[in-house]
Design a protein around this ligand. Sequence first.
Ligand code: FRU
Length: 464
Amino acid sequence: MLDRKIYQENYGKLQKMKEEVEKDPLLLAYHIYPETGWLNDPNGLCQKDGTYHFYYQASPLDENRGDIGWGHVSSPDLINYKREDFFIFPDSKYDKNGAYSGSAFIEDNKLSFFYTGNVKYPGDFDGINEGREHNTLKIDSDAYSYGEKILIMDNDDYPADMTKHVRDPKIYKKDGTYYMFLGARSKADKGMVLVFKSENLKDFTYHMRIETDYDFGFMWECPDFFDLCEKQILICCPQGLASQEYKFQNIYQSGYFFIDLDLENKTYKLGNFEELDYGFDFYAPQTFEDEAGRRILVGWMGIPDADYTNPSVKYKWQHALTIPRELKIKNQRLVQEPIKELEALRGSKIDLEKGKVYEELTFEGSAYNIKGDFKINLRKDVTLAYKDGILSLKMGASGSGRDERLIKIDEITSLRIFSDRSSLEIFINDGAYVMTNRVYAQEGYFKSEDLDLAIYPLGAFTFS
Ligand code: FRU
């Protein structure tokens, strides 16, 4: 149970946790991390009246995931952040076991959030077909507070062949009609996206489903649907895909389909599923369109149920959000570019001589003149190597259980690396491939024998 009263009663504990968090030498410098405790999915991303709002799944009193609600930071410029009051407490009968993931929708400057209220029944249930409610809730908000939690749909409103796992709403508006995309697991253990329809953003009816005509996991979490450069894109996180040598190397996946979706006529054609990330720590991404018209993606720099660990738990916090990335289409692929605002964090450029070690942890590094195979150190025991068309990221002890990830890439034309004190985000071929990772080396060690590297030391976000 986590409500405002319990939160306030734990003021002393939260202060102590904060002090511990601040002591972590590997606390991230330019990422959104929880002030205390646990963080998972980004939620409700939006920009309203110029201010960016990032909410996220959070359990502030427990770094190992306790009762989940929504944490909140705001920012005027994506560099300076303000920690706002805890946003959604799981304090109603509709969400008492978790204010789960959801999204923002803004129209005529009016903001609403849609999210999943998780309820678990006590007793001996499987929690899949029985013993659970996934309620779709709506709140109207000014971004800082909200009115009543309105129940929009419950399990009885979802198709009868669904399990109780139907969650993570995202709204899309087309030709005056609102569509809600929800991730779902059917009783036949097939993952899919359900689409509901509404004329007033309150009364929703089942419209259609989007699924593959082949086996593709038992559950699809966190769907997102949007248009970009005349393409329609469906993002989702399938669970239950078998690992292949160069694909699906994590326990759960995050990726996208190009889709030709005719919502009016309920027809669609899905392209191939492409992974959004090939690193160890990426899940549940969400996108939003900012006031400048950019489509920005933020992911959870973590993943559920992984068998590797995060030593930050010793300092009473766990997980972070990725740096925001602007989405673009290049050469028929969705590419992710770190948002340009991050350039404001740059110090003076350094050209690193081959074989020389750069000892800082927080920097942006780029390789140029890439010709053929290479090997670089990102930490002393972390290497990124390209050989015979395979890019491999190998981590030693500082991976804290993370070992190796491989990507098959015919040619590498560009490489951009964002290193924070305990993370690495690697953008390959202008962001056509990305690897997002946590890493826990105490010392910086960036070195290349064969590539020319340019480095910008990076400063830190401010949090007030
Ligand atoms: C994805 C997810 C969502 C859910 C949330 C709960 O990581 O499992 O499907 O809404 O996390 O925290």
